[in-house]
Design a protein around this ligand. Structure first.
Ligand code: HEC
Length: 157
């Protein structure tokens, strides 16, 4: 009569132990599966950098009041072709500060192709020159407007 209860309690202990192990197994297995599906769930650092990058990218081709903000180029037909081909090597300012007729722009582009490794623009050449001539034509005005309404006076000797 001495052995029986001890054997029983041993079985009980083993049974408890197995239950605990089984529960641990379920819990850790469950969290592993959960982690595999939500890798961020256990990282306590809040990752905001992704959000910033996305919004910057969205903003990079923003146009306000007819101006492409990132480059300062005028919004018009062919804008993105010019942005993609003419702002890689130098600032778009070099484009917007120059005003030329078609000959002038063609010569500039040819010069860059011959001396500055500008690539062959193919079908984009016409789109680009059209955009440039339309939006950045030569300024017709002289260095100052011709004076009008001047009251001339005679010089007296
Ligand atoms: C492969 C590089 C490259 C690309 C792409 C490029 N350029 Fe240039 N461009 C240059 C270099 C280099 C200069 C000289 C910069 C300097 O003088 O500081 C230049 C100068 C210029 C100038 C000033 C020329 C002058 O007489 O001072 C204009 C205007 C210009 N580029 C317009 C354009 C336009 C329009 C496009 C698109 C078709 C374009 N660039 C694309 C390299 C490039």
């Amino acid at each position: 009569m001495d052995k029986e209860p001890s054997f029983n309690s041993q079985v009980k202990n083993i049974y408890h132990l197995l239950m605990v192990l089984f529960l641990l197994f379920i819990i850790s297995g469950g969290s592993l599966i959960y982690y595999a599906n939500n890798p961020e769930a256990f990282s306590f650092k809040k990752e905001t950098s992704n959000l910033v990058a996305v919004s910057l990218e969205e903003d990079s081709d923003r146009i306000e009041n007819g101006i492409h903000i990132r480059t300062g180029l005028i919004e018009a037909e062919g804008l993105m072709t010019v942005v993609n081909n003419c702002t890689n090597c130098h600032s778009a300012k070099l484009v917007t500060q120059n005003r030329m007729d078609a000959d002038g722009w063609n010569t500039t582009i040819k010069w860059m192709q011959e001396t500055q490794n500008l690539w062959d623009l193919g079908g984009n050449h016409e789109i680009i020159v059209n955009y440039l001539v339309t939006n950045y034509p030569p300024v017709k005005k002289g260095r100052r407007m011709i004076l009008t309404n001047v009251e001339w006076y005679e010089l007296e000797e």
